[in-house]
Design a protein around this ligand. Sequence first.
Ligand code: ARG
Length: 472
Amino acid sequence: MSNDKPDSVTNPAAKLWGGRFSEATDAFVERFTASVTFDQRMALEDIQGSLAHAQMLSEVGVLSGDEYHQIADGLKEIAVEIEAGDFPWSVQLEDVHMNIEARLTERIGATGKKLHTGRSRNDQVATDIRLWLRGRIDRIGAELTRLQTGLVDLAEREADTIMPGFTHLQSAQPVTFGHHLLAWNAMLSRDFERLMDCRKRVNRSPLGAAALAGTSYPIDRARTAELLGFDAPTENSLDSVSDRDFAIEFCAFTALLLTHLSRASEELVLWASSQFDFIDLPDRFCTGSSIMPQKKNPDVPELVRGKTGRVNGHLIALLTLMKSQPLAYNKDNQEDKEPLFDAADTALDCLRAFADMVPALKAKKENMLAAAAKGFSTATDLADYLVRKGIAFRDAHEIVGQSVSFAIEQQKDLAELSLEQLQQFSADIGADVFEVLTLEGSVAARNHIGGTAPDQVRAACAQARMQIEGRH
Ligand code: ARG
């Protein structure tokens, strides 16, 4: 079963570019080369670009005022038709650009044929992608901000909650849960900066580059750039129609963002397990098992972790797409859209999942505290205590190592040893040692910028909030 019509059934004159062709396009080739099934997502941006182009053409006298108004009215009606889902998309018309242009002529007559004056689909498509991507960047930025706001609020609520900090996934030193959450926020802040940096390079207008060399009409590129809200026109016409580095940068952003969300997901999955049992993920973010009645699976973080592979793939797809293309436009570039669209959709969905889920996380504080108390997590504090008593750090390290080894034999934690037992390893240990062996004392002592002390976490939350609110 295939959709193929018999070859060459279409009339070459039906194509907008049919003039020099004597034979109709092969039906398979028509389908193979068409992009309308996916690039129709940029239909409204295509119309926006056409409106600006037509307005500029009328301002410089290439179109009359009357022609411009006919074109603008026709395009606006087409936009309504598209939004209502009534537009007759046709694969024979190849892509979104030619579908809309042909429809315009169908609706307003011969004047519609003037719209393409002084431009090419090459600068048109580059403009559409940039407009579409800019819109997505702004939505993604807003969702990232929503996630960060929820994260910082949670961090503040959990500023005093003690949990084990890990290196090598082995209990290392106690930290506060708020501090851990702010580590996620720090990653996301850099992602936001990267996104905004990428936006600067996306937000330039390639319109006027035409097919590759520019156009002989007296166009005003700065005017179309201004009408479309771009910061400025792009520079070189050959580069303008060919490079997709702005899309690659965006995919690099999504790959890093998802890498960060995936790391956080991995932690959520671990913490939700009965072995860790640090958090409760609300039921609405989990699913059950069809065979094991007891199960509550953390599907949402697992899926976010899994989707990282897909956006990483899109980044590689675009890099590979670009790598051997000679200047200027090549049809290869039609392959840029599906990876780019999917990278943007995936990033937005994953951010939404996280922004909804994070504020609903419940910390199981007693379990976190009990886990932090295990594993000799205050051993470094004991070494630092000995240093304050005048012992060199390397000697202190050795003394604490012996104490830990003794405690393991006794099946006790350091704080559970008696003063006499501790003094076997150093006569400098006094009764005040038990203050530093507590978890609260340990975290409170790390009281400097970037440290885990509850006061520092609260200060860092205030700082993070100012930074987030400084975004417009
Ligand atoms: N559908 C094409 C794309 O996505 C539009 C540009 C086509 N240009 C051309 N010269 N065939 O890239």
